[in-house]
Design a protein around this ligand. Structure first.
Ligand code: CAA
Length: 291
């Protein structure tokens, strides 16, 4: 399959309408692709549609997007609970569902049956290498990771990760799709735990958590230092809240399971917040409280 940038000939299907899936879909629609977001939950789809409308309104207000282009992108974006109806026309699928292997395997098996033979099936997972779902799809050569960053409408990087059986054509098409969506993809030619970005993010977070636990400085001062001394756009505690503390804990668990390194073990302070239901921005509180 050839992905032609900014045409409406290619159909993109995004599975999962959470924070990542919905913004990935909007990015594709803004780039000119006919895009469908699938989720089992109608409420989740309605919430995603409303949040995306708010986002593009903001982009129009700030002069980043022309009002006509916003309308055209929304017209290209469909929301559906019916996978059987929306999978057959898909040329490229980006799966952004729950980070659970059993669920992802089932989705890839279903997509393998429902999508056309040429369709590439990518997973946005940051913790599960695509080799874990490739066989289930029945077309392992057309499977890879296409990992976006939060917030996906804004963040430029996309990690494209190949498993040992991913074909060169799949890598090339995925890289070219990412570029046509305005992203700057990096290719990772084998599955390593955490890929690149989460490895780097995890290293900073580990040090931040150790400094806090050791009573060396407050979280506010650690965040301020990351921003003012290192020019990080957010401090590590603010970033954990953005990503979601449950997701941070999931990443640590998955990485630890793969490396066995005690330094990668889940962090108790993060886990305590998750147990209290403090998941970060999305729940209104995490390391910080949100109004
Ligand atoms: N969704 C979409 N757009 C958003 C947004 C969101 N959640 N939050 C902010 N933006 C937009 C704003 O609307 C604004 O756009 P305009 O310029 O058009 O107005 C732009 O981003 C800048 O926002 P702000 O001026 O409000 O704030 P800022 O300058 O601090 O930028 C930020 C916000 C882009 C989130 C910035 O702080 C940043 O880059 N933070 C780091 C994010 C990061 O590291 N993400 C990676 C997380 S790791 C991951 O995702 C991988 C994984 O597997 C877990």
């Amino acid at each position: 399959m050839e992905v032609r940038p900014t045409t409406t000939n290619n159909n993109i299907l995004v599975v999962g309408a959470g924070a990542m899936g919905s913004q990935i879909a909007m990015t594709a629609a803004l780039a000119g692709y006919a895009t469908t977001v699938h989720d089992l939950s109608r409420t989740q789809l309605d919430d995603a549609a409303a949040a995306l409308r708010k986002r593009t309104d903001k982009m129009v207000q700030s002069g980043k997007l022309a009002a006509d282009d916003a309308e055209a992108a929304h017209a290209r974006l469909q929301f559906s609970t019916d996978l059987e109806a929306v999978a057959p026309p898909a040329d490229f699928v980006i799966e952004a569902a729950t980070e659970r292997l059993d669920i992802k395997r089932e989705i890839f098996a279903t997509l393998g049956h429902l999508t056309p033979r040429h369709a590439i099936l990518a997973t946005n997972s940051s913790t599960l290498g695509s080799s874990k779902v490739a066989e289930a799809s029945g077309r392992p050569a057309q499977v890879c990771n296409m990992h976006f960053f939060n917030p996906a409408l804004v963040m430029e990087c996309v990690e494209v990760v190949q498993h040992p059986g991913t074909s060169q054509a799949t890598v090339d098409t995925t890289m070219s799709l990412a570029r046509s969506m305005g992203k700057s993809p990096v290719l990772i030619n084998r599955e390593v735990p955490g890929f690149i970005a989460n490895r780097l993010m995890g290293a900073v977070q580990k040090e931040a958590l150790a400094l806090l636990a050791g009573g060396v400085a407050s979280k506010d001062d650690i965040d301020a230092t990351a921003k003012q001394a290192l020019r990080h756009p957010m401090g590590p505690f603010e970033l954990m809240d953005l990503v979601g503390l449950d997701v941070i804990d999931d990443i640590a668990r998955a990485t630890h399971a793969q490396t066995g390194d005690p330094a990668d073990a889940p962090n108790e302070a993060v886990l305590a917040l998750v147990r209290e239901g403090k998941l970060g921005r999305k729940s209104g509180a995490g390391w910080y409280t949100y109004g």
